[in-house]
Design a protein around this ligand. Structure first.
Ligand code: ZN
Ligand code: ZN
Length: 535
């Protein structure tokens, strides 16, 4: 008998016989089915699964209608093991190769983060419909396989299946994560021409996509045009404004939201608000909003909110206040909090606190190679060369690797990825040396001191000239015509040298460049950056 991929353990459910004597029991099946369906709809997945075991115990034969709701219960509870057992039953009883059952199976697998099994089922489906395409595209987006979501979306159209509002919501979310503005715009056009309903979910996804692709004006136009706004709609625009560096506008929108009174702000809203305060350096207001969230809206601050506060205080140079906040927090500080503190120490030159932050980072994330580089750089600054060597040695011994720097750029609807250390075309190499020559004339000096001393996430052995965002920028300068914004998305924090380099390119080449790094947006124009050199 065929077993679903990955099954090796004995089944938790009894394997049933192929024939069910006595046949008179067949009429009970619909009653069980409806019970399973009701439990699933009422978000009581455990009861649904229990009902199925009762069905097996009473020798009641399941039919085609039994499995979709049952699998949906497994998806709700992320019960991969039970889902796999049910899959075995389906194969055993010959109920596979049915579009509804197969779609329910692939939805179950993708919800349980087993994308390989979901793909296998989808590929082997003889019959597909828009629902199965939807399930697969949503599965890709939920599992952060955004490029695959976009690929399948184009395949869906070639196959002639009509995308629904659910499809475009997932696709827009994929575009937002990839920073694929052109594809996002294309989806927007598609929604308009195909007369898809712009419901509150689609509207919010459009706002979010434009904001996360750095196109904040378009996000605002979409927001103004959205009549039905829920908390997600407000959150998308408020955090979008804050992330793009428009703190004042984000706070204005928040006041509007509260004044409007229809929608209550939640924890995510306040994250946007605190992030806005941080960008504007509004320390006093930050404390006020933190109190407001607790007292007026009964939202308990979580670690992310404290992370924002640490960022806010650190940015303002109030290192003592930052430390007392960290010490008085009711929750144990996480890596994000320590990393924010480290960022502040880097700007304000506090090596004593830097060491404390890095030690805590190493304790919380012993497998993250970036932290070892931070520690090594810290020792290098203090000329503790033996310690530097020791850290590098530990990394080698433990086999710890760093996440490589990776930048992506979208050109004519294709997303190109550049990974540090990978070979690039001659054309790009030539462009890089041209740019370097031009920038040197404008006074750019590669800060070699920084290569070994500064606390950065990127590997220092690699020449600064080949950091992934520089490769993407060179490619953008070659391929994107003048007057158009060059948009780059980077997986790590932008280093100091790249930041200076990008500012100068924006001035010398008169190009507007937008970089979304791990934390925020940098809009480079005329030699300046929207982040005000604090990031
Ligand atoms: Zn760099
Ligand atoms: Zn910047």
């Amino acid at each position: 008998m065929l077993l679903p991929q990955g099954i090796s353990r004995p089944l938790p459910l009894p394997l049933m016989p192929k024939f069910f004597p006595p046949l008179s029991l067949h009429h009970i099946t619909p009653a069980f089915n409806s019970l399973i369906r009701t439990h699933t709809h009422n978000h009581q997945p455990h009861k649904a699964i229990l009902t199925y075991t009762q069905m097996l115990k009473t020798n009641t034969p399941p039919n085609h209608f039994t499995f979709p709701s049952l699998l949906s219960s497994c998806a709700q509870t992320f019960s991969l093991y039970i889902g796999q057992s049910i899959h075995t039953h389906i194969i055993h009883l010959g109920f596979n190769s049915n579009v509804y059952t197969d779609t329910a199976l692939l939805h179950m697998y993708s919800s349980c983060k087993s994308m390989a099994s979901a793909c296998k089922i989808f590929d082997e489906m003889t019959q597909k419909n828009s629902v199965s395409y939807n399930a697969m595209i949503t599965g890709y987006t939920h599992n952060r396989e955004f490029s695959n979501a976009l690929k399948l979306f184009s395949e869906m159209q070639i196959s002639g299946f009509k995308p629904t509002e659910t499809t475009v919501t997932s696709v827009l979310s994929a575009c937002a994560h990839l920073g694929a503005l052109n594809q996002g715009k294309w989806v927007h056009e598609y929604i308009k021409t195909r007369n898809l309903t712009v419901n509150v979910f689609v509207g919010t996804s459009l706002i979010d996509m434009y904001a996360k692709c750095g196109s904040i004006d378009e996000a605002m136009v979409m927001f103004d045009g959205t009549r039905h706004r829920n908390v997600y709609t407000w959150n998308a625009i408020i955090s979008g404004m804050a992330m793009n560096g428009y703190g004042e506008k984000a706070l204005k929108l928040f006041r509007e939201m509260v004044g409007d009174g229809h929608v209550r702000p939640d924890g995510v809203t306040f994250l946007g608000v605190l992030c806005a305060c941080s960008h504007e350096g509004l320390v006093y207001q930050g404390y006020q909003y933190l109190a407001m969230m607790r007292d007026e809206f009964s939202v308990t601050p979580c670690i992310q909110h404290y992370g924002c506060m640490v960022d806010l205080l650190g940015r303002a140079g109030l290192l003592e206040e930052t430390m007392s906040l960290i010490e008085s927090m009711p929750i144990e500080p996480d890596a994000i909090v320590w990393r924010s503190l480290l960022g502040a120490c880097r700007i304000h030159g506090r090596t004593d606190l830097s060491e404390l932050a890095v030690q805590n980072l190493l304790r919380l994330e012993p497998g993250n190679g970036g932290n070892y580089v931070l520690l090594s750089n810290l020792y290098a600054r203090a000329h503790r060369w033996n310690d530097v060597a020791l850290v590098r040695e530990t990394m080698k011994l433990r086999g710890i690797r760093k996440e490589p720097g990776c930048s992506s750029i979208e050109i004519q609807n294709v997303v190109y990825e550049f990974i540090v250390g990978k070979a690039v075309s001659k054309e790009i190499c030539r462009m890089l040396s041209d740019v370097e020559r031009e920038l040197r004339l404008a006074g750019y000096v590669v800060d070699t001191e920084m290569v070994s001393y500064d606390v950065e996430e990127e590997e220092k052995e690699t020449s600064l000239m080949y950091h992934s965002e520089k490769l993407a920028l060179a490619f953008g300068l070659l391929k994107i015509q003048e007057g158009e914004v060059i948009r780059i998305v980077k997986n790590l924090r932008v280093c100091k040298d790249c930041h200076t380099y990008f500012k100068l390119v924006s001035k010398v080449y008169r190009r507007d460049i937008t970089v979304r790094d791990r934390n925020r947006f940098h809009h480079f124009r005329g030699g300046d950056c929207s982040c005000g050199d604090y990031w």
